[in-house]
Design a protein around this ligand. Sequence first.
Ligand code: GLU
Length: 482
Amino acid sequence: MNATFHRLYHRLLLSALVAGLLLQGCSQQDSLARIQAEGELRVVTRGGPTTYFLSDNTPGGFEYDLAALMAEDLGVTLVMEPAFSLEEIFSRLRRSEADFAAAGLTLTGERQAEFLDASPYLALTPQVIYRTGKKRPRNIDGLIGRKLVVLAGSSHAASLAALQAERLPELEFEEVDDADSMALLERVDSNEADLAIIDSNEFSVQQSLYPRLEVAFDLGTEQQLVWYLAQDEQNQSLLAYIDEFLGRLQKDGTLERLQTLHFGQSGHVSRVGSHTFAINMRQTLPTYIDLIKQVADEYQLDWTLLAAVAYQESHWDPTATSPTGVRGMMMLTVPTAREMGVEDRLDPLQSLRGGARYLKALKRRLPSDIYEPDRTYMALAAYNIGRGHLEDARVLTERHGGDPHLWKDVMGNLPLLQKGTYYRELRYGYARGLEAVTYVQNIRHYENILQWQELPAQQQTPPAALQAYLPDILKHSRMFAL
Ligand code: GLU
């Protein structure tokens, strides 16, 4: 079955299901029919990097992406409604204020008894987190006598309560009333707590923000995340549809792609990254270098900068496509491409021109008292995270006594946009600030290598500073004649 036919077939099936329900006379009641009639899917969630967030007014997060695909499949609008605690999520479900909950919720027996649960879509393991330098617990007994925190109403709170009742009466723990496990990491990092229990997928995303925190041990075995629905006859067809939908995504590989996108690899230029760059520079760059130089000339940019951005965006692949819909060598979104006059995002010349023009526009709009090279670094950060969030980071920099005109100060504040205590006070809210920092640093790194490659004299005697900066793998690379 080809994709179009498959889609059509699926739509027919869905229509038949809905029509059947209409015939049965329960149309006003059945949730799936109601969602289709109203054209709106209401999902209760919680805010956070692994679930749902707004970045530059664009929603993101694993739960969001998955729910958005489902809304698209149904042909309805998605409305995400964040709750501020896990308990609130379940009480909203009880009151049928949402069609279902998609909020990084673990499948537990207790919840299964009260709610309908759809098919699992992500496997994880709860982990005990501690701060390096402090005593590392090795097993459950090591939790005793330590200040241990979990999210209030979480599956972890329930398993600790069970442990306490069954075999460890001296175990103590505190339930923190928040929806984001980052609140727990914050406490361990600042020594307000000794240990926290959070899901492995959440820790993998947040760990880079807290380099001092580590996994002490896995608590128990693998668990599953599921979407929950209110226990209600009217939800049966919706539940059947969700299961069928998730099954389809599993089969065609979409689910795995989303999992990798969100939880696969949180990036820093690793030695592997630099090595890949060196290989690409030899194999792929020659195909596009003339085009890059031409566009850089047109927009009065350094070609090495444009090349570095294009590499960071797409690895110089003009057909690159991300599951979130950005495409082409410069990975432009549909609105940006339109604004920049790009008709075909997959055409490398158009994409490079669009990206160059966008970067120039961002640079121009920065306050005039930000000077080079900081101006370029800030424009790059805005290219990645959006102008609003960069502005937020500059506001925060000033509040913290830094200089909002200097990249080094702004860079230190950008990661704070991921922390609730900060982003709640800011105009544009949560943003992946750390990713923006990594983005700019990678580009500077690639640009340095390219510039240095350009200067034959330097190939013989690289500046000491640069040599220190180069990762080992490049120091030993013959390409750099080191
Ligand atoms: N998955 C957890 C739960 O369902 C919430 C996230 C966490 O506490 O790490 O309760």
